[in-house]
Design a protein around this ligand. Structure first.
Ligand code: SAM
Length: 205
């Protein structure tokens, strides 16, 4: 890499971490756009850095879910600053929970939710691999939050869930783990998105 390229890449990173504010945040006066590098999050080694899901990806993912999924319990595993929680509420999901390991991201998330008066959205400061899911139909959202072995543990828990589960996986780097369970059926598999259902979900006609 030349010195010019190195300077440009540092400038981009500084902008993204400290100054970025995209249309999503401008419209809602929230702070979800700025990325946070994994090393600054002080979480486990399997964790990925904080990046916010683009609204187009969320909308696309929702378009593969049946209407009744809006009445399911929605979980964002690795909820960061809460952008997906906000979008889920705006899309009509009613029972919404975010699970995030990082204390500082959770603080920002709660500030964002308060600003939007979405105080009934739950935010849990926990490791997603230790979550006891309620015995209820679920929509699980993940934007590439963690690598194996944490990812395997989460998928293993979900594969044992007896109620319907829709799994939305954005930037599905470890989709092989889901495929290898032979339990989840793909609704769609694109390079940047996987949506899956378990056998308890209604069959797609
Ligand atoms: C790519 S960000 C996604 C943020 C948010 N879901 C969104 O799409 O806007 C991934 C998040 O997962 C969190 N994370 C990583 N490992 C985790 C774990 N074991 N349990 C809970 N959260 C975790 C990171 O701290 C980070 O905020």
């Amino acid at each position: 890499m030349s010195i010019g390229q190195a300077i440009r890449s540092v400038r981009v990173r500084v902008y993204e971490e400290f100054f970025a504010r995209d249309d999503f945040d401008r419209a809602r006066k929230t702070e979800t756009s700025r990325t946070v590098h994994r090393k600054r999050l002080q979480v486990c080694r399997s964790a990925q850095s904080y990046f916010a899901t683009q609204p187009e990806f969320f909308e696309r993912a929702c378009s593969y879910l049946p209407a009744e999924a809006k009445s399911y319990q929605f979980f964002d595993l690795g909820s960061g600053k809460g952008r997906v929680l906000i979008m889920a509420r705006e899309h009509g999901f009613r029972d919404i929970t975010g699970v995030e390991l990082s204390r500082s991201l959770n603080r920002t998330c709660k500030r964002n939710l308060e600003k939007l008066k979405m105080t009934d959205v739950q935010v849990r400061e926990e490791d997603a691999s230790a979550i006891q899911f309620p015995d209820a139909p679920l929509v699980i959202f993940m934007y590439n939050p963690f690598k194996p072995p944490i990812f395997n543990k989460v998928i293993d828990h979900l594969a044992r869930h007896t109620q319907p589960v829709y799994l939305v996986y954005v930037t599905p780097m470890f989709r092989k783990v889901i495929q290898e369970t032979n339990h989840f059926t793909p609704i769609v598999e694109l390079p940047y998105l996987g949506v899956y259902r378990n056998p308890a979900c209604p069959a797609v006609l």
